[in-house]
Each structure stands twice: as C-alpha cells, then as structure tokens.
Ligand binder design. Structure first.
Ligand SMILES: Nc1ncnc2c1ncn2[C@@H]1O[C@H](COP(=O)(O)OP(=O)(O)OP(=O)(O)O)[C@@H](O)[C@H]1O
Ligand SMILES: [Mg+2]
Length: 202
C-alpha cells in the first residue's frame, strides 16, 4: 500500500452499489478506487480479491474481468484500486442494466444483448472464471471500437464454496458458473422480455 493519501470527493464518484462506492482515481484515468461502506459484506469483497489474484497467477485472460492493482489510502478510508472500463472514445462504459432499461444512448438491440451474453458465458466456461453475482448491473458494455463490443464483469467474481473444489476442478467450476448464470441472468425479470423476443436458448 502506497503511503500517499489520495484525495477523493463527490466530483470523482462514478457509481455506488450495495457494498462499495466507486471513484475515479485522481491520478490515473484508467483506474478506479472502490471504498467498502457495507462492512457486513467484507467477506465477498475479500473473496473477489483472492480470486482475481489467483487468476492473475494462473495467467487467465483479463478481457472480461477487471484487474486488481492493490490497496491505497484515501481521504474516504482504505481503497482498492481496479481497472476502470472506458470505451475507445474515452467515455465510461455503460452498465448492461441501463441498456436493458432503455437508459443508454443508443441502447443495444435485444439480439445484440443475447449475443454478448452468450459470448461472455462461453468465455467464463472456457477459462473457468467463477462468478458469484453476474447480474446486469455488474456487467458493463465495453465498446473497444465503434462497432466492436463485449461485456466486462466489474463485480461479483469469486468462488463462494467453503472448500474451494471449483478452483481445481472444471466440473465444479462449470456447475457454479451455470447455476449463477441461471439465477442472475436467465431468471432475471428485467431480461425476460429480451429472451422471449429472441427465443434465447443456452
Ligand atoms: N471497474 C469499473 N469500471 C467502471 N465502472 C465501474 C467499475 N466498477 C464499478 N463501476 C461502477 O460502480 C458501480 C458500483 O460498483 P460495484 O458493483 O463494484 O459495487 P458493489 O457495491 O460491490 O455492487 P453490488 O451492489 O452489486 O454488490 C457499478 O455498478 C458501476 O456503475
Ligand atoms: Mg455491483
């Protein structure tokens, strides 16, 4: 942890979930700082960091997840530094949930959403990237060029097992990935109409 105390204020706030506030890093446009305000959820935060460290050591691809760059000191308390996802034009990538709710400009078409979701699902299975909460508000639509895009999971990585068999077994890893995918994506109420229109099948 570096000793310099980074000054964070509301002008740098990017987003807020149920557990963390997320700020733009004051010295680096491609990094964000997450501050945990819900101490009861410390366990899942720790789990995410342990998994990202393990994936780094195992040289897994970080195209669809964000790298953890360590801890830092801030005026809001201890922070965790992650990649900040920005589109090719420098704008912050928009959450999939905003595309689904008609709040993005422009919004993705239902068929595009299904394509991106299927592509992410295949990637997670191929590389045994274990997810605990792949909900649409934890997925960003990352435009890498004007007509190339992919989903990036910015939260909800990690193995929820007490005895972590899934970190060593493809069979158990796939079981968790499929179970979480069913619960957070296929049974997600906001995505139901998109799956109905497109005839989505896994
Ligand atoms: N790496 C990132 N790049 C860009 N924006 C991000 C990033 N991480 C988080 N955000 C924004 O900040 C919001 C909250 O972040 P995050 O999901 O990490 O918080 P959380 O409290 O852990 O969420 P949850 O309520 O799902 O547990 C996100 O929904 C997103 O809008
Ligand atoms: Mg979140």
């Amino acid at each position: 942890m570096k000793n310099k105390i980074l000054r964070l204020d509301e002008t740098l706030l990017i987003g807020k979930g149920g557990v963390r506030e997320v700020y733009q890093h004051p010295d680096d446009p491609l990094k964000c700082i997450k501050i945990t305000f819900n101490q009861k959820k410390q366990r899942s935060v720790k789990r995410e960091i342990n998994s990202l460290r393990l994936y780094h050591l195992r040289k897994k691809p970080f195209e669809r997840i964000t790298r953890f760059h360590g801890y830092c000191l801030t005026t809001k308390g201890k922070g965790m530094v992650f990649d900040l996802i920005r589109d090719f034009d420098g704008k912050k990538s928009v959450m999939l949930s905003d595309h689904v709710a008609g709040k993005a400009e422009p919004c993705l078409q239902p068929a595009e959403i299904v394509y991106l979701l299927s592509d992410l699902f295949e990637h997670l299975l191929q590389h045994n990237i274990i997810i605990s909460d792949p909900a649409p508000h934890n997925l960003l639509v990352h435009y890498t060029s004007e007509n190339k895009k992919k989903l990036v999971l910015i939260d909800g990585i990690g193995n929820p097992q007490f005895i972590k068999l899934a970190d060593f077994s493809t069979h158990y890893a796939h079981k968790i990935i499929k179970d979480k995918w069913r619960y957070y994506i296929e049974e997600n109420a906001s995505l139901k109409h998109i799956f109905a229109i497109t005839g989505y099948k896994r």
